[in-house]
Structure formats: C-alpha cells, structure tokens
Design a protein around this ligand. Structure first.
Ligand code: 3PG
Length: 310
C-alpha cells in the first residue's frame, strides 16, 4: 500500500468552505492527504502542523526561515495566488523545497475589483459630490501580467485609451491592438490619468512609486493599487496628496500610514477594510483547486508546474 503524502493547507485567511470541501474530497483521488489549519492564532500552531507535512499550501501566510526549519519533510510549497513575496523562496531553494504559485487563477477577481476601486474615487465615494468619467481617459497599466491584461480588456470596453509598461514587454507585444506599448514607467505616469499598479513587490519595485512619478500625472489623476502596499513610497504619497488636491489614491492594501492619510486626505484616499482582491467564490475555488493539484502532482510525480524558485 502506498503511503499518501500530507499536504497542510495553512491559511490565516481561509479559502471558502466550498473550496476546502473540494480539497478534502479530491485528496484521495489525487493520492494525498489534506490537513486544514485555518485562522491559526499563533506561529507555534503553524510550526506544530508543519512538522510532518510534505506539502504546504498557503495564501498570504508568511513562510520564513523559521517556518521552513520546522518542516523537515517539506518538499513543496504552493502559494494559492499570484504574489509570493510572503515566502522565503531563496531559503526554500537552499533546502531543496520547490515553491510554486498558481498564476492566473485569481486574476479576474483582482481585475474586476480594480474598476470597483476606480469608480469609488471617480464618483467621490458615492457621496453625491460631482465626480468625473473614465470614458476617453488614459489608463496606464504598470505590470502587464494576467491581471494587467484583463484590466486592459475591460478598460477598452469603457472606452479608455490603454497603454502598458512591463519590464518583460517589448514593442508590438501587448497582444491586443487596442493596447499601446509604453517604453518607460516615467512616460506611463506622465501620460495617464489613471494608473493601475499590477507589479510584484521585489527589491527593485519596493518604494518605486514616488513623488516625481505621482506628481507628473495629468489632472484628476487616480492611482489604483491592487498589488502590494510596499511598492508605494508612503511618505512621498502623503506629500503628493497635500500638493495635488486632484490626485486620488485607492488601494486594496492599506498603507502603513493609512490612518494619517485618512485623517488628512479623507476625500482623496480609499482603502479596503482588508485585502480582498481575490475574495470571490470563483477566485477562491480556482486558486485552491489549482494549488492542490499542483502540490499533489509534485509530491507524486515530481512535476513542478509554475515553480518560482528555480
Ligand atoms: C495574490 O497575490 O494572489 C493576491 O494578492 C491574493 O492574495 P490572498 O490570497 O492573500 O487574498
């Protein structure tokens, strides 16, 4: 009899019930055992559960060196989602542990939320005050991956002029004739009334959105951040908001100085109560299902789809 390997699903912010039920049901057919650890109250609970896990599935849960060191049998970590800045990928590599994400599985949810957040600002938080329209306005997408591409398509439907910058993007490669290639971040900000941030948090991107870029935006500028709070230079954002009363910052990831910004610039900022970009039935299910399948495939067949720490 083959021994089934154990996958720990450790989520401080759990997947939906539908998703975890699916995971528990599908486990046998995928030849793995699934253990759930949801809304854990302490790191110790996580460490204890990790002791005999061969696979680990997480969302934004922090998996650092200490966590990895408490998991001697661990072979694979799958981040059910796109961003993996919560995982110490280099240390995992050193320990021979494969790290994967599930690209594209929750991107539609984030793309849809982007417009919800945009309208929140253009319609002055639905207060009844006079707002402005997005039709005919220029949208610049910074980070043209799965989310950025979907946002571009939806924006074209709203009659926006769309351009995109991505370090991996080359002229003529936006894959959509309605989406213009932009050669630099500087040009993207200077030419766009609306900017959507869809970049990962890396050493290069952290604090990369600063005073000069934000100040260069045209009148009635909106910056939408559904990426990570770390990419914004928070102190410089406060300075920009005080100097540009027509500039709005809306974010699914409240900045560290959220309270101060809300008190001083209440009309110009909006932050979701907690990160909810991927909080839809569909995104939850797709990301959870893909994470389980990928983890099981690696544990049973050593096939590493979407490995991010090669
Ligand atoms: C992602 O990187 O996939 C999103 O930010 C969603 O993160 P979450 O799973 O913590 O909601």
């Amino acid at each position: 009899m083959t021994v089934m390997k154990k996958i720990l699903v450790a989520t401080e912010k759990p997947f939906s019930k539908e998703t975890t039920n699916y995971m528990l049901d599908a486990a046998k057919a995928l030849n793995v055992e699934v253990q759930l650890l949801e809304k854990y109250g302490s790191r110790e609970e996580l460490y204890t559960a990790l002791k005999d896990a061969e696979g680990l599935i997480v969302r934004s849960d922090k998996i650092d060196q200490v966590a990895i060191d408490t998991a001697p049998k661990l072979e694979v970590i799958v981040r059910g989602g796109a961003g993996y800045d919560n995982i110490d990928c280099a240390y995992a590599k050193e320990k021979g542990i494969v790290v994967m994400n599930t690209p594209g599985q929750n991107s539609n949810a984030v793309a849809e939320l982007t417009f919800g957040l945009l309208f929140m600002m253009t319609r002055k938080k639905f207060s009844g005050k006079q707002g402005f329209e997005i039709s005919g306005k220029k949208l610049g997408i910074l980070g043209y991956g799965n989310v950025g591409r979907r946002i571009a398509n939806y924006a074209l439907g709203f009659n926006m002029e769309v351009s995109a910058f991505d370090i991996f993007l080359k002229p003529g490669q936006t894959g959509n004739e309605g989406v213009a290639y932009c050669p630099s971040v500087k040009e993207l900000f200077a030419s766009s009334q609306v900017i959507s941030l869809n970049i990962p948090a890396t050493e290069e991107t952290k604090k990369s959105i600063g005073y000069d870029l934000m100040m260069s935006m045209p009148k009635n500028a909106v910056i939408i951040n559904t990426a990570r709070k770390e990419v914004i230079h928070e102190e410089e954002l406060a300075k920009v908001l005080s100097e540009r009363k027509d500039l709005y910052y809306v974010s699914d990831v409240a900045p560290t100085n959220a309270q101060e910004l809300l008190e001083e610039f209440g009309d110009q900022v909006f932050f979701t109560a907690k990160k909810l970009g991927a909080q839809t039935e569909e995104a939850n299910f797709n990301a959870g299902k893909a994470a389980l399948e990928q983890a099981a495939k690696y544990l049973n067949e050593k096939i590493a789809d979407f490995q991010v720490n090669k």
